[in-house]
Design a protein around this ligand. Structure first.
Ligand code: NAP
Length: 283
């Protein structure tokens, strides 16, 4: 088997999605506007926010950045959020995580109006996902599902294993796969016999934060493997949660790190901002 044809190219799939969003935005009289709230000086968060702002420019979405000092209080951030909720010219609100220590991100996220919650993390949007209702779906699982669909449009009846159960990724990913009629196993740090469970799966999605944890011997030949992990090694190199060298010999399809799930996250943020705009009264 060719060892390159089965690599899922997240860069190119996300570029197509970005072009599609740009074409839709170009046809709008009023432009969708995303407000990004960045609290503190975390260098990684500054890079992520910079990339989101660049993606807005690429798609024609307007962006407004609110930079708040690391010394901000919960109440000050809450006021920024509630002001943005009330502003009809703002269609999406993103609170960049993690917040500096001592701030209550759980409470602050829940203050975002669900109609403007482009990260899909409010209880209402999570509830809609579980209930099978249309809402704003968290960006990374949404992007991971698109990558799976790019190689297998109908995944009904397949056994999917999601390793990780965070609210940001694992839980919504499992829910999306269940909605697609997969039989879903959600694994976590207390799961017994993880290797055997993965070996029975048609789809393995890894979101743990442990470099190279998923081995080739864990994978059923031909399975689809989606690597969500982003780990920085001591050498400075980025790697995922999947041992790419081993697993790519066995899997039918696999995402690389970088260049797999990562680019999809930002493209799906743009898609969610456009969706929030189209559902807003100001469109
Ligand atoms: P998280 O909140 O730390 O969750 C990690 C999950 O992994 C937890 O559910 C934990 O189980 C589970 N886990 C830990 N050790 C395990 C083990 N030995 N075996 C099985 N499961 C284990 O992380 P997250 O936010 O979901 O992110 C996970 C990874 O994805 C990170 O590397 C992150 O950087 C990456 N990520 C990438 C993107 C992107 O855009 N590409 C977006 C989000 C996250 P317990 O619940 O039992 O503790």
């Amino acid at each position: 088997m060719s060892k390159s044809g089965h690599i899922i190219d997240g860069k190119s799939i996300s570029a197509t999605l970005m072009d599609d969003i740009a074409a839709k935005v170009a046809g709008l009289d009023i432009k969708p506007t995303l407000a990004v709230i960045l609290v503190g000086d975390d260098p990684a968060s500054h890079v992520y926010v910079g990339n989101k702002i660049k993606a807005c420019a690429k798609t024609g979405i307007q962006s407004v950045e609110y930079r708040l000092p690391a010394t901000s209080t919960n109440d000050e951030i809450a006021k920024t959020i509630t002001d943005l909720n009330a502003d009809p010219a703002i269609h999406g609100i993103l609170l960049q995580l993690p917040l500096p220590k001592g701030l209550d991100s759980d409470r602050l996220i829940q203050l975002i109006s669900p109609d403007k919650d482009v990260d899909g993390l409010t209880i209402l949007n999570i509830g809609k996902l579980v209930a099978g209702l249309d809402g704003l779906v968290p960006c990374t699982p949404q992007g991971a599902l698109m990558l799976i669909h790019s190689v297998r449009p109908d995944i009904s009846g397949l056994h999917a294993v999601v390793i990780g159960r965070s609210l940001l990724f694992g839980k919504p990913m499992s829910q999306l796969l269940l909605t697609e009629n997969c039989t879903v196993t959600t694994a976590h740090s207390k799961t017994n016999n993880l290797a055997d469970i993965c070996k029975a799966a048609d789809i393995v999605v890894a979101a743990v934060g442990r470099p190279g944890m998923v081995k080739g011997s864990w994978i059923k030949p031909g399975a689809i493997v989606i690597d969500v992990g982003i780990n920085r090694l001591d050498t400075g190199k980025l790697c995922g949660d999947v041992d790419f060298h081993e697993v790519s010999q066995v899997a039918g399809h696999i995402t690389p790190v970088p260049g797999g799930v990562g680019p999809m996250t930002i493209a799906c943020l743009m898609a969610n901002t456009l969706k929030a705009f189209l559902l807003s009264p100001s469109k």
